[in-house]
Design a protein around this ligand. Structure first.
Ligand SMILES: C[S@@+](CC[C@H](N)C(=O)[O-])C[C@H]1O[C@@H](n2cnc3c(N)ncnc32)[C@H](O)[C@@H]1O
Length: 215
């Protein structure tokens, strides 16, 4: 069967959006999200930023008739703060002097015609995860890249992935020369738990499926 791909207008909106998800990985994310939609459970992302990957999740969820949920405090990760490599001064709120990606995210979804398809939660990932009650068909971890934040995302959200559901992790770099190791470490933890097995690798994106209870 041919892999699920986003419609041309969705792909164009994704490519036009501000953010950090490359196209190759985005297409692999879409395919995994579309497949996971068949479980009939919500698809959830940690790390909305300006909504680039959210567009793909939202469209996959719409096709499957399930909810798309995205979680972010919208104050940016460590590496996005002023003076750091990934800082973008256009997403600073001049009144409070802090990053605020929520307005750009809302414009992104509006332009893509997906405003009604996404439930956006503004909050810290571990706190939202602790308040979350149900199972999820798909969890995409693309939040903070320190050990504290990546571990918090994994420990908070992996237990909510339903059997047969998908855990996707972005920015997994086995070689430290290519990038930070925190996402790689939670990927290793997921495999070592015995609850997840690897489905695919696309550049730094890892797609895992829950095959057993556990974490
Ligand atoms: C790498 S960006 C996400 C990129 C996005 N998925 C894209 O496609 O462009 C990481 C995001 O995670 C958010 N973040 C970092 N730590 C977080 C936490 N503990 N709780 C909620 N959001 C967090 C940041 O505010 C930032 O917007």
């Amino acid at each position: 069967m041919a892999p699920a791909t986003p419609k041309p207008e969705i792909l164009a909106a994704f490519e036009a959006a501000k953010g950090f998800m490359p196209v190759r990985e985005g297409l692999a994310l879409y395919e995994a999200a579309a497949g996971a939609g068949s479980l009939g459970l919500p698809l959830l992302e940690v790390g909305t930023y300006c909504g680039r990957s959210t567009i793909l999740l939202a469209d996959a969820a719409r096709e499957a008739g399930v909810a798309a949920i995205t979680v972010d405090h919208h104050r940016g990760s460590e590496e996005q703060q002023p003076g750091w490599e990934y800082h973008d001064p256009s997403v600073v709120d001049p009144e409070v002097g802090l990053m605020d990606t929520l307005p750009t995210f809302r414009r992104t979804l509006h332009k893509a015609g997906l405003e009604d398809r996404v439930i956006a939660i503004v909050g810290r990932s571990p706190q939202v995860a602790a308040a979350w009650g149900g199972k999820l068909g798909f969890v995409f971890i693309d939040g903070g890249h320190t050990d504290e934040h990546a571990a918090g995302d994994y420990e908070g959200w992996a237990p909510h992935v339903a059997e047969g559901g998908t855990l996707a992790i972005h920015d997994v770099f086995p070689d430290p020369a290519d990038g930070g190791q925190a996402p790689y470490r939670i990927y290793l933890r997921a495999l070592a738990s015995g609850a997840f097995e690897e489905v695919s690798v696309t550049d730094s994106l890892r797609i895992l499926r829950r095959t057993a209870p556990g974490i």
